[in-house]
Design a protein around this ligand. Structure first.
Ligand code: FAD
Length: 286
């Protein structure tokens, strides 16, 4: 099933993101958790992609295939391009196709320190165009409510996003954010730029202190005072912090749904308990 066909049916799309295990762990080590996550029956699950280069796609491919064929939830394989040649991407797409994967989240990827990027793809929009020309895949793209770190300003960033949609992205998934006001302002910019594809809001339930520190340094999401206070109060009480993080995410989602968002993309961090609590709290609201 093509992901774009899930939208416009009078119901917000509810999707999850998972990641493959690290290279030194057997791939089967995540299957139990994935099965529990899939049992929650989200509309689709996307599977992240490692740092790139030759062979990087294989775990993403295997897990996306497992989710689709064994756990019966539609899947999306992430694919990054800065460290790949055209030929490598072509081979990866052939492998995705052979595994029955129909949906790809096309990404530029981050530059890796000490690794000279390849020159075939500079931006995700170039990857979108290549995938569309290469086969019958549905292509999604990433977007940034608080503006991508490399962008000169918010206007250039949204004009670049329009190029990605014009190159064939039929749906967008946002970077995580903790203040919905950023997302609403971003949606206004996309409308002005003539971007008319569905946009899912990326929500990450924060359940431990280390996770938030890593996330904020990686993606630069702003922390509203209300969120920072919660983190401070419960930082040494793991159970309380987990419950507060879940409550915060649920509150964000309720507000987004009440404002008619196209979809919610939940960064599950491979945690079935957290995914279940949030799903149960919002499933009647979708
Ligand atoms: P692009 O869309 O190419 O944008 C990158 C920058 O270039 C932006 O500043 C943009 O404004 C600018 N730009 C774009 N086009 C042009 C143009 N034509 N001319 C000039 N400037 C331009 N990373 C991983 O390694 N693996 C993953 O699985 C992964 N999954 C992700 C999932 C989501 C939902 C999100 C939001 C991010 C994910 N990332 C992942 C991180 C992503 O790879 C980085 O954020 C990366 O820095 C940008 O990727 P992009 O596809 O958004 O790039």
């Amino acid at each position: 099933m093509k992901i774009h066909s899930l939208f416009g049916k009078g119901k917000a799309v509810f999707s999850f993101e998972v990641f493959p295990p690290k290279k030194d762990s057997p791939i089967e080590s995540v299957y139990g958790k994935l099965e529990e996550i899939c049992a929650l029956k989200p509309d689709f699950i996307s599977v992240t992609y490692g740092a790139g280069g030759s062979g990087a796609h294989s775990r993403t491919c295997e897990i996306a295939s497992k989710i689709k064929h064994d756990f019966h939830v539609e899947s999306v394989a992430h694919l990054t391009c800065v460290n790949s040649t055209r030929e490598m991407i072509g081979e990866t797409l052939d492998d995705f196709k052979a595994h029955g994967i129909e949906n790809i989240l096309a990404l530029r990827g981050d530059y890796v320190e000490g690794v000279e990027p390849q020159k075939d793809f500079r931006y995700a929009s170039e990857l979108c165009a290549y995938i569309r020309a290469h086969g019958d895949f549905d292509v999604s793209g990433a977007c940034y409510p608080e503006v991508h770190v490399d962008a000169k300003n918010e206007v250039e960033d949204v004009l670049n996003l329009k190029k990605k949609v014009d190159a064939g992205a039929t749906h967008l998934i946002s970077q995580l954010f903790f203040d919905n006001a950023f997302f609403y302002r971003f949606l206004e910019r996309t409308k002005i730029a003539g971007i008319n594809v569905p946009i899912e809001a990326g929500i990450m339930p924060v359940t431990n202190k280390k996770q938030i520190e890593r996330m904020v340094s990686l993606c630069g999401a702003s922390l509203p005072p209300k969120f920072a206070k919660m983190m401070q109060k419960y930082e040494n009480k793991p159970e309380a912090l987990r419950d507060a993080g879940i409550a915060y995410a649920v509150e964000q989602i309720v507000d987004l749904l009440a404002n008619g968002v196209d979809g919610i993309h939940l960064y599950t961090m491979n945690n079935p308990t957290v995914a279940e609590k949030i799903t149960r709290a919002v499933e009647t609201l979708l």
